[in-house]
Design a protein around this ligand. Structure first.
Ligand SMILES: [Fe+2]
Length: 380
């Protein structure tokens, strides 16, 4: 039997923050007791926050480890292990690693090649070998404006731990790229396009969407069902997008780009996820709605670290300040994502839950993570 007691902690419970102690036995939470006493053998947390391990539904952080410099392909096992350890170090105990499916292979200058199946094999292989500290699931990001989506989806099945399929449409002029200026800066910077080449690229992408969009969308919805995965929408911009996501059965909306879309999500019972970097930087890097505005309008439910893992904890602390309710802030990165992804066994400190727990000292707007337990085992 393995047992750990974290005592004299400020426990972040579902609806309140309470001084007390928490006991983990054989991977589960087995006791929660109020009071500041430190029993023999317990770890004295000295008033630190103790909260559920954070749950990250959408991160492409692995890409930074695999390609640490442009065109440098780092050995993947080492990259995945470093990514896993980085997430543990910032308090994330469950991650849905985002992998794009749906590639463009016929455009000589702006290819988006297939990689998801082989990288999924590598992540799942390391997990099976016990090489990873935290709990990993996959999040397939299905790009409908692509050439190969159906073939790529068919390579996955119910055994692949796919928890989420999100429907993406990055066609120029739509959604995230409704304002083509943002896309021009991004694409021309990345691929070195001339203005004429950019116009050709835009025309080609629009033609691709017209040809494949509807079939791809239906295939991704069917694939999610086949995998047993939750469906998410991405970059919904207009209420009509949201109505369509609702018809597909989306559980949550990634990064709606306008207040109107976020409000429509709530009208349809769809939870709204926003990026932590957007909240921390005070706006979206692609010119869309500010996460703080949605938070103040009670239209923000879930936070994702997107491209900066450490932003998840900082954003949750900030939201607690904005709402004057620390437990509610933490819920956006624990209970809310667990619920949206259909994970009933984690995301809350309660009796019988998985003992995925972190200890945090607050330093200004940042959180210093001083202890990480996954299923009761210390991993950081
Ligand atoms: Fe997007």
């Amino acid at each position: 039997m393995t047992e750990t007691i974290l005592a004299n902690a400020r426990l972040v419970l579902p609806d309140e923050v309470l001084t007390g102690s928490l006991k983990m036995t054989d991977g589960r939470i087995t006791a929660i007791d109020p009071g500041g006493a430190v029993p023999p053998g317990a770890l004295d947390c000295g008033g630190d926050l103790v909260m559920p391990g954070l749950i990250e539904l959408h991160t492409d952080n692995l890409e930074r480890h695999i390609e640490p410099r442009p065109k440098v392909d780092w050995p993947h096992a080492a990259a995945i292990i470093a990514h896993d350890a980085e997430l543990a170090s910032v308090g994330i105990t469950t991650v849905f690693d985002a992998l794009r499916v749906g590639s463009v292979t016929s455009n000589a200058k702006a290819n988006y090649g297939e990689y998801a199946r082989s990288l999924a094999d590598e992540i799942l292989g390391l997990r099976a070998a016990g090489a990873l500290r935290i709990s990993h699931f996959l999040h397939l990001r299905a790009e409908v404006c692509s050439e190969t989506l159906i073939d790529e989806l068919e390579k996955f099945g119910a055994q692949d731990r796919i928890g989420i399929v999100s429907l993406m449409d990055h066609t120029p002029g739509e959604r995230q790229f409704r304002d083509v200026t943002q896309l021009r800066n991004y694409v021309c910077g990345k691929h070195g396009f001339s203005p004429a080449e950019f116009e050709d690229h835009v025309a080609a992408q629009k033609a691709l969407k017209a040809k494949n969009g509807a079939v791809h969308e239906a295939a991704a919805v069917a694939a999610a069902r086949r995998y047993g995965a939750v469906l998410a929408s991405h970059d919904d911009t207009e209420p009509a997008h949201v109505a369509q996501s609702a018809a597909h059965g989306a559980h949550f909306a990634e990064f709606p780009t306008t207040v109107q879309a976020a409000r429509a999500c709530h009208d349809h019972g769809i939870k709204v996820m926003m990026g932590a970097p957007n909240l921390i930087r005070g706006g979206s890097h692609s010119g869309n709605v500010a996460a703080q505005d949605l938070a103040e309008a009670d239209l923000l439910d879930i936070v994702s670290s997107d491209y900066v893992p450490s932003s998840l904890l900082s954003a949750a602390l900030m939201l607690g300040d904005i709402w004057g309710d620390p437990a509610r802030g933490i819920a956006t990165v624990t209970a809310a994502p667990a619920d949206a992804a259909g994970l009933a066994d984690r995301g809350h400190l309660s009796l019988g839950a998985r003992a995925d727990v972190i200890r945090v000292t607050r330093v200004g707007n940042a959180g210093a993570v001083r202890g990480v337990w996954v299923q009761g085992r210390r991993v950081g």
